[in-house]
Design a protein around this ligand. Structure first.
Ligand code: HPA
Length: 246
């Protein structure tokens, strides 16, 4: 058992430098290897376990992340709550915003998206009406307010397959569907956490206007620049988080 919270981090985790590393643990899982060893450490005094979703050297693309191994590994060491941090494109929100989404639409395909089809797991159909853990969302929202960072407290995350970015028409369709954000890693991570009964919330960093909504093409330079600013807001938010997660 552990009272640590897990942070699964995405692109541009320059803020890892703010993590005081205590130790690392390699975890073997029935689903293969997690993206990296689990890093135990302290972030602004809070005990955390950190897992870089795309691997230590950022070599694993969104559709190749072993989401099952990652979530299973965290659960196996007694983690109960996970904050997933990832950059996204904004459909109704501009770059610079941090959003704590409350809904998901899944457009991904061909990913290992359930624990139910392996290893004699019993068939079950988890309730996913509210895909994120409200208690943890509230903690993030309060921390964001205390930190005075620009947050949106609701939003629908549309998960796309990647690694390419979307077409303008795809984004228009997602907008009509009700998506506010677009990202490539939000699923099946959230659903797998629910299958294992973990409390899971997402911190979405809007780093670009989604395809067709900004001026000209989306460039990696723009994304990188916005990411660096957003990471500062994430650090501030996390520093303002009070221990007390489920
Ligand atoms: N689309 C999908 N994923 C993303 C984007 C985007 O525009 N920006 C950052 N991650």
């Amino acid at each position: 058992m552990t009272d640590r919270i897990a942070i699964v981090g995405g692109s541009g985790l320059a803020w890892l430098e703010a993590l005081e590393v205590e130790r690392q643990k390699v975890v073997a899982t029935p689903y293969g290897e997690p993206s990296a060893p689990l890093t135990f450490g302290r972030f602004a005094g809070l005990p955390v376990v950190f897992l870089p979703r795309h691997g230590g050297g950022h070599t694993i693309p969104p559709h190749r992340v072993n989401y099952r191994a990652n979530i299973w590994a965290l659960e196996s060491i007694g983690i109960k709550s996970i904050i997933s941090v990832a950059s996204v494109g904004g459909i109704t929100m501009e770059p610079g915003i941090l959003c704590i989404p409350d809904q998901i639409i899944d457009y991904t395909w061909g990913r290992e998206h359930t624990f139910v089809d392996c290893c004699d797991a019993p068939v079950k159909h988890v309730d996913f009406s509210q895909p994120y853990c409200q208690q943890l969302r509230d903690i993030l929202i309060q921390a964001g307010r205390r930190a005075s960072v620009r947050i949106k407290t609701e939003g629908t995350y549309g998960a796309t397959q990647g690694p390419r970015l979307e077409t303008a028409a795809e984004i228009q369709r997602m907008h009509r569907d009700g998506c506010d954000l677009v990202g490539m890693t939000g699923m099946p991570e959230a659903a797998l956490a629910r299958e294992l009964d973990l409390c899971f919330a997402h911190l979405s960093l809007v780093v670009n206007w989604a395809a067709g909504l900004g001026r000209g093409p989306i460039t990696m330079q723009d994304i990188q620049k916005n990411l660096e600013t957003s990471i500062e807001s994430v650090k501030l938010l996390l520093r303002n988080m009070e221990n007390g997660w489920p």
